[in-house]
Design a protein around this ligand. Sequence first.
Ligand code: PGA
Length: 244
Amino acid sequence: MAGNWKMYKTAGDTTAFFEKFLPLVASATDRDIVICAPYVNLPAAIAAVSGSRVEVGAQNLYWGKEGAFTGEISGPMLTAIGCKWVIVGHSERRQFFGETDATVLKRTQAALEHGLLPIVCVGERLEERESGSTEAVLKTQFDGGIAGLTPEQFSKIAIAYEPVWAIGTGKTATPEIAQQAHAYIRGLIVEKFGEAAAAASRILYGGSVKPDNVKNLMGQTDIDGALVGGASLEPASFGAIVNH
Ligand code: PGA
């Protein structure tokens, strides 16, 4: 169960969030709980979760180790402060910051090389769904962004299926629509990495996940977790989602 804070909260807000959030999820010991915070809030988040089962992730990374790349943050910088996870290829990065399947693959490989666990995002836009090309889009994103990993690398990633039309819109995919896409993605994994890898892999759903719809989504066979934006900003709502 992963929260994506996007560009919200200061360091002070971050500390205040975890003071309330950690007691709420203390008994959820059978699931991974991750908050992906803005870069500058990572130290505050990592300090706050110390001694708990909650882990911290970044929302992006650059694929180089170091160098003249003004404004960028590398994998080794993230691991050095105790960051465990990183979101790669979120649709907002694809839409506003020129992310492509090729750069998704490079970032994912760099994350793994430096010991980070990537959450790799895929998902179709509204016009793609309406024109019936959802599966073709997912296949292109999988082939270009994920299939180039070795089986060993693949075993460490989580995939997040996030239909772009459901992100921040309040329009959640119905559990059936989400399940269909998840099953399709698992099929792509079977073809490329085999049955065992597909059964072991974690595919998260993202897009307007809320306390009142999480249970039905998580009840679907191929939905293994959630990547939560807006509803991860409040301790009570993300706590309810984690504990669903
Ligand atoms: P949302 O965002 O839950 O606010 O729809 C999900 C995401 O973009 O990861």
